[in-house]
Design a protein around this ligand. Structure first.
Ligand code: DQA
Length: 143
């Protein structure tokens, strides 16, 4: 069975309690459980990882080469700062979908630029946590 890596970046471990007026009340555990269940429905194994550390995310993206069919990533704040994550994604051969829970284009100016968008095959933005399911369906359609 093909595997999809679902990667979440810094502070998303606190989803559900973190600024719920922006990110909602759903926890990361809920998001990951739903993603795994949807993956089963779509015929893929979803492997979920979260880290607050840029280097750890880079390591996981490197390890995904040859192992994972695609990557769904919410790089969180590293979206706007990390050339290292972009470079790691540029070495990955499969499809990459970027997802943001909030609408980064209507928030602070510094959130409106995404390094990951240079590599992402598609971006799902501002759909709340439903965006993870949209991203998953999209990536499976590309396999
Ligand atoms: C986010 C948006 C980022 O700007 C922010 O730093 C996050 C979450 C989102 O999902 O809306 O941590 O990626």
């Amino acid at each position: 069975m093909k595997k999809i890596l679902l990667l979440n970046g810094p502070n998303l471990n606190l989803l559900g309690t973190r600024q719920p007026e922006i990110y909602g009340h759903t926890t990361l555990a809920d998001v990951e459980r739903d993603a795994v269940a949807l993956g089963t429905e779509l015929g893929v194994e979803v492997v979920c990882k979260q880290s607050n550390y840029e280097g750890q995310l880079v390591d996981w993206i490197q390890e995904a080469r040859g192992q994972m069919a695609g990557i769904v990533i919410n790089p969180a704040a590293y979206t706007h700062t990390s050339v290292a994550i972009l470079d790691a994604l540029n070495m990955f051969e499969g499809p990459v979908i970027e997802i943001h829970i909030s609408d980064i284009h209507t928030r602070e100016a510094f959130r409106q630029h995404s390094y990951v968008s240079y590599r992402a095959d598609a971006s799902v933005i501002g759909q709340g946590v439903d965006g993870y399911g949209i991203a998953l369906r999209d990536i499976v359609g590309r396999l």
